[in-house]
Design a binder for this molecule. Structure first.
Ligand code: UD1
Length: 379
């Protein structure tokens, strides 16, 4: 079974890696990594491949940055050519980035003219196209101003198999009218990567190199357009962070979008000159996770960090009005937070006791194994 694993941007690589490694063990599976090139900097892409022990992408589309339509269109055009040439049996897309929806659109509309019976899978041969599976299906923020929400809705409407991380994902899909037999709860694949690399993460000393003491610093990441694309919002956030770092040192690996905007809005010197606020380049997976494992709290707008901190029992303040991962609030350690409340919320965490990590069902490092079993049964 020829299986394309689509990856594009930083949070995708940890979702594809466990599946690639698990499929590689199976004689019937031929996993092929397709990198669309949405993220291309060494520290946004290559270093993740190294950490996650992935080979060089077998196919690289090299699309780069652009507006949403440009990026989505370029991925569709480039991937359609690959689909026609390679004719995979199955395309697995992950997460909610532009490349996820672009590859789903290309794969569900392609028509293999020369092949009447795609090999490997029992169905649906009637379409003469690959099956499409979405890993991390069903998540909804119910906020259509987020580009990712549009990507999730379209991807889930089109994919043939919907692999969800949590019960809310199943409920959202059923409510949208998705047939129950398409939905399968497989768990959280990010936790597979975390567990796969736990030894390397724990033996790293990234925090020491920054003169940080375990349990006595915070990790900050920010890249969502709602937080970083307007000078007003980014300025308020910077002022809040410079206040907080007087109470607790913060390490802030800066995403390229955020750095560009800090420079553009003339805010970079405000943050870089603050004692206690350590600005660093984006870090590779193992070093970054080492910082997270040892921190007192996280301040973020990332989806993955809400999940990883919940799994690890680390308080997380999410600078958003909503989350597509509500289980991290109801069962994890995550809280939504407004910028104006950030300093107070940080003080509350610093004065409180550390929460206990709670077990979330199927967040156990075995998601890739469950997916392999599903695919085996469909052969
Ligand atoms: C994308 C995803 C977002 C995900 C995030 C993780 C979409 C709509 N957004 O957002 O869901 O959470 O990745 O990082 O798919 N840039 C570089 N080097 C790179 C990549 C980007 O310099 O390797 C710069 C470019 O100037 C680019 C900007 O960052 O214009 C934004 O990159 P882009 O891929 O468009 O979106 P992200 O903000 O990274």
């Amino acid at each position: 079974m020829l299986i394309h694993l689509i990856c594009a941007a930083r949070p995708n690589f940890m979702k594809v890696a466990p599946l690639y490694h698990a499929l590689k063990e199976e004689a019937w599976a031929e996993p092929v990594i397709v990198h669309t090139g949405q993220h291309y900097d060494v520290n946004m892409s290559d270093s993740f491949f190294r950490d996650l022990r992935l080979p060089e992408p077998h196919i690289h589309l090299g699309v780069g940055s652009g507006t949403h339509a440009e990026q989505t269109g370029r991925v569709m055009m480039a991937y359609e050519k690959v689909l026609m040439e390679k004719q995979p049996d199955l395309v697995i897309v992950v997460g909610d980035v532009n490349s996820t929806v672009a590859c789903t659109l290309a794969a569900t509309k392609v028509h293999y003219s020369t092949l009447s019976q795609p090999n490997g899978l029992k169905e649906p041969t009637k379409y003469n196209r690959p099956l499409v599976a979405h890993l991390e299906a069903g998540l909804r923020s119910f906020d259509r101003t987020m580009p990712e929400e549009i990507n999730r809705l379209v991807t889930d409407a089109l994919a043939d198999m919907l692999w969800t991380p949590s019960p809310d994902g199943d409920e959202n899909l059923l409510r949208e009218g998705v047939a129950a037999e398409k939905i399968c709860r497989v768990g959280n694949i990010m936790i597979d990567s975390l567990e796969m690399l736990r030894g390397s993460i724990e033996s790293q000393t990234a925090f020491k190199e920054l003169n940080l003491t375990p349990g006595e610093y915070g990790v900050v990441t920010l890249h969502r357009p709602s937080n970083v694309d307007s000078p007003g919002n980014l300025g308020r956030l910077c002022r809040s962070l410079t206040g907080i770092c007087r109470e607790v040192p913060l390490v802030f690996p800066i995403h390229p979008r955020t750095r560009k905007n800090l420079e553009h809005f003339g805010l970079l010197s405000t943050v870089s000159e603050s004692n206690g606020l350590h600005l660093v380049e984006p870090l590779n997976y193992i070093r970054f996770m080492n910082l997270v494992f040892n921190c007192r709290l996280a301040i973020t707008d990332s989806g993955g960090i809400q999940e990883e901190t919940s799994y690890l029992g680390i308080p997380c303040l999410t600078l958003r009005e909503n989350t597509e991962r509500p289980i991290t609030i109801t069962q994890g350690t995550n809280q939504l937070c407004k910028v104006d409340d950030l300093e107070d919320k940080v003080a509350e965490i610093l004065n409180g006791s550390r929460p206990k990590a709670k077990k979330i069902e199927l967040w156990d490092g075995k998601t890739a194994q469950r997916i392999v079993k599903i695919l085996k049964n469909r052969r």
